[in-house]
Design a protein around this ligand. Structure first.
Ligand code: 6PG
Length: 244
């Protein structure tokens, strides 16, 4: 069950964001063509997103050829503070990326499943095929955080969505942790289709779940793995816990 991953420890959240930004810039540089990056929600990527908007980072990214997707969305209006892509837009995308390169999960559908179908169609059309080819990953880089129950994106432990093998995106009627709003999430086949999967794990409150993940427990976080490179960027507080 323990995936093949590289664990990199950094001192604090600022160093973690810097390391993530450097890896993102390198991933973009490695593909001279159109680049696809899948962002994540929650609080973990917020320092990184703010960093990407600074001149130092901003000038290192060829914005016109980078496309931005989101791994999961809370089924709330685009302007709602809980909306994951909304948070990324406010932090950096709206200032830096062409609007046509931003690919949010629409939440104005009748229900999360309808939104999931729409996003799956958008992903398939961007990818140019209905079937994922392991030799040609969907994303150049995919960011993830890990929840207190070991969930990733909105794939919660014990929920049917984690077992999905066909759909690329699915609706999740009820969340397992806060915020308790329905979700729309990419499934494991779509999340795992990336050249680099990059986890950001920071702070003492992540220590308990990080310990369980690194022990190889059967958790969604241990079922997410790129076929080429899976990296866990963790800071010292997450690794050592509050007692350090
Ligand atoms: C969401 C997520 C979710 C998140 C983890 C970690 O919509 O909440 O995308 O999977 O990444 O729960 O959340 P934190 O970064 O807030 O700890």
């Amino acid at each position: 069950m323990v995936p093949n991953r590289l664990v990199i420890t950094v001192s604090d959240p600022a160093a973690l964001a810097m390391a993530a930004a450097d890896r993102m810039v390198a991933r973009i540089a490695a593909n001279a063509d159109r680049v696809a990056i899948c962002l994540t929600g929650g609080s973990s990527p917020k320092t990184l997103y703010a960093l990407l908007a600074t001149d130092a980072c901003r000038n290192r990214i060829p914005w016109d050829r980078v496309h931005w997707f989101i791994g999961d969305e809370r089924f709330v209006e685009a302007q709602d503070p809980l909306n994951n892509m909304g948070a990324a837009r406010r932090s950096f995308l709206d200032r830096c990326a062409p609007a046509s390169n931003i690919h949010p999960i629409a939440t104005d559908s009748a229900d999360p499943d309808e939104s999931a179908r729409r996003y799956e169609n958008e992903l398939k059309s961007f990818y140019g095929a209905d079937m994922l080819d392991p030799a040609r990953p969907l994303f150049d880089m995919l960011l993830l955080g890990v929840g207190p129950d070991g969930h990733i994106a909105s794939l919660f432990p014990g929920y049917p969505a984690i077992e999905e093998t066909t759909r690329w995106v699915t609706g999740v009627p009820k969340a397992h942790v806060e915020p308790f709003v329905p979700r729309v999430t990419l499934t494991l086949p779509a999340l795992n289709s990336c050249r680099e999967m990059l986890f950001e794990v920071s702070g003492a409150d992540k220590h308990a779940i990080l310990t369980r993940v690194l022990a190889g427990e059967n958790l969604p976080a241990n079922r997410a793995q790129s076929s080429s490179e899976t990296v866990w960027l963790v800071d010292e507080a997450a690794l050592a816990g509050a007692a350090s």
